[in-house]
Design a protein around this ligand. Sequence first.
Ligand SMILES: Nc1ncnc2c1ncn2[C@@H]1O[C@H](COP(=O)(O)OP(=O)(O)O)[C@@H](O)[C@H]1O
Ligand SMILES: [Mg+2]
Length: 223
Amino acid sequence: MRHIVVMNTKGGCGKTTVATNLASLYAQQGFGTALFDFDPQGSSTHWLSLRDAGRPPIYGVTAFKNPLGMTRSWQLRVPPGTERVVVDTPASMDRTELMERVRHADAILIPVLPSPIDAHATANFIRDLLLVAKLRSNRTRIGIIPNRAREATLAFQALRRFLNTLNIAVVTQLRDSQFYVLAAETGAGIHELDEPRAQRHAPAWLRLLAWLEQQPPAYGRTA
Ligand SMILES: Nc1ncnc2c1ncn2[C@@H]1O[C@H](COP(=O)(O)OP(=O)(O)O)[C@@H](O)[C@H]1O
Ligand SMILES: [Mg+2]
């Protein structure tokens, strides 16, 4: 089982968009897929509640709630046969939460909007992440995903140079599209929309999938 955690303490950068589209892509590719929602806003949970029963199934865990009388490990269990766990996270996390979220992560995906404010906030987030989670000492890979990319701003180029110095990969790039909004409203991934123009976005997602899957599974990891 592999855990892919989507995070960035900057709000609105596309965490839920990446988490839901990736989960539906994994499900469509035949992977046993679970989607964990750690954000109290519950956007991923809501997206899953809209998902058509006829689509490839995704097992949802509303992880931000702690139901009375249920142990944490029972709440976070996944069905047998789960191969990929996609984790959506909130914008605000304290250090303990941050460490807890990345503890089991095989890969961390960081969406970022190419605006100056977002680029700077993301550089700071990555600095914190590397410091707090000491990620370089284990196998967790980090990938950046520029989202709603229209043009590269100067600040974004500076972010890219910063990422280069840290040896952090830009794994794919997502274009701005109303199909993401439509997909979000219908419990689908963009590739599942019955709309030929939405298929133009498929290569970006397949690039991400190829990057995620090129790594052999880490041994001895459990949920
Ligand atoms: N590439 C995109 N094109 C168009 N709209 C997008 C794109 N990515 C995200 N959005 C929209 O932007 C808003 C914020 O994205 P979301 O994924 O919810 O961010 P986060 O989870 O980081 O707060 C949502 O309404 C979403 O549908
Ligand atoms: Mg979100």
